[in-house]
Design a protein around this ligand. Sequence first.
Ligand code: AVI
Length: 334
Amino acid sequence: MCFALKREGNGPMLTTLIPANTMNEFALDVRRGLQKKPQKELPSKYFYDATGSALFEVISQLPEYGLTRAEERLLSRHAKEIVDRLEGPVVVAELGSGTGRKTRFVLEALCGRQPTYYHPIEISPSALAACERELRDIHCISIVGFESEYLNGLLEVAARREEAEQLLVLFLGSTIGNFDGDASIAFLRRLRSILREGDALLLGADLLKPVETLVRAYNDALGVTGAFNRNLLLRINRELGADFDLSQFEHLAIYNAETHSVEMHLRSLKEQEVTIGMAGVTVSLRFGETIWTETSHKYSHAELVRMAKEAGFRAEAQWVDREWPFVDNLWIAQ
Ligand code: AVI
């Protein structure tokens, strides 16, 4: 589904709905993932229903999870330098805007230049609405949001911008790290193919850091990350008529030193069968068997330089947080 939250200046918000077949896609993805052998999987993009988005908000404030605060520090300190590297009038598109809190710094820095269109692109309607609420007071910004998959939304934005406008794509929070292996490069290449030469990508990436720090960040003492992980089963129960018994699954977050990634899994606490009605499937789980729900890759600087090149970008500049090693990269499409 794709809809636009449209607000010009402080005027009323208009909403346009363009229906799409997301429910079937969810059922298909769940069926495909749970039938995978030898490792069952569920795509992490389905974490973000209203509850999942709210839980992620809490995660981003946990003492163990420094990632979001690191990027907030970077953008609060360097937003002006970042936008000063852009040349002409700019249109901003953000992939996975979340609440938009970090984005405020970039948008306010752009206010020193010209009135600007800001297009948050989100699959979560609640996150999109929260982002609109968070940023509605910035006087020089017109918000036109899309409830859609990232690149479908970006295609819309690219088609609507004026000839002279430079596109600045924000892909913050190290969401790129949630793509498995080669999928991240494939995604960046597709993103690049939508851009024109000279367009910019601001890419947030969580850097390698001590394993204990990482494992703690995804195994917080309050158990919020565990709730975030298990909420995926609750969503499947509710939206796809499944009968997952949440008390029979535990949250597991481990560091994979080969892939430089934190992996989240849901481990079955007994031998059991689960039926997902709308996906037309019943799956068996062994005692101790896991469903892999998320990969969170951690980057080195060298890897990011290589990725920029492979995806068709020039690495223009980078800003690094030392307290929680994290980098915001400004890449220019070549
Ligand atoms: C959104 N994404 C970058 C988060 C991450 O750290 O990979 C999602 C998350 N999963 C567990 N905690 C946070």
